[in-house]
Design a protein around this ligand. Sequence first.
Ligand code: OGA
Ligand code: MN
Length: 229
Amino acid sequence: MTDDHADLLHDLETQGWALADDLLPAALTMRLSLASRQAWRQGLFKPAQIGAPGQPLLAPGIRGDEIHWLERDSTAPGWAEFQFWAAGLQQQLNRYFFIGLRRAEFHFARYDSGHGYKKHMDQHRGQPHRRISLVLYLNRRWTDTNGGELCLYAPTDHKQEIKRIQPRFGRIVVFRSDLIPHAVLPASRQRWSLTGWFRSDEALLGNYPVAPASNDSPFPGSTPSGAAA
Ligand code: OGA
Ligand code: MN
């Protein structure tokens, strides 16, 4: 695959974060958007928790979204295509930064109006495996007055806001999970996204099957030797 994410990789390197509006075909974003609503109607979302794995905590005042984790073999519309795209990005991230990403995990997220997520880091203490965060926004016709911005803060000064990003349809934000403190401001309407992490560890058994160590493909489902075979 060619280096079609050159700007993204460059910004990520120099700033620790990057934003792009036209990386995914609009039709794919639309399918994922419909898939998120479909999953919601099917009752698949659960209130999100905070804290390290093994010590989860429900704290709606800190984190107010509900999420639905997408299993690798989920048949949600657009999901297979998105995973293929994300695998390509993962490969480019590895070539550019040598960070040894081995898998990715994603969930749909839905913030009800008035809900947000207070300032936090995505990498938990003692859990270094979340390396790069990615958010794809799934809100059509988002306007300036809808709120719900993603606020990024300076790695060197967690009080200093460096960027405020509207969650516009098809927009993708990536940032260093270990470096960039960030927060989600409450919105005046529902706020939907596909959010996830590129990770440097292997999957837990039973959740995300992992490729053999010798296999360069980050998504075993896309190869004949995959765990789903
Ligand atoms: C998260 C998060 C940002 C966003 O889910 O950890 O920070 O803009 N999301 O939705
Ligand atoms: Mn976060």
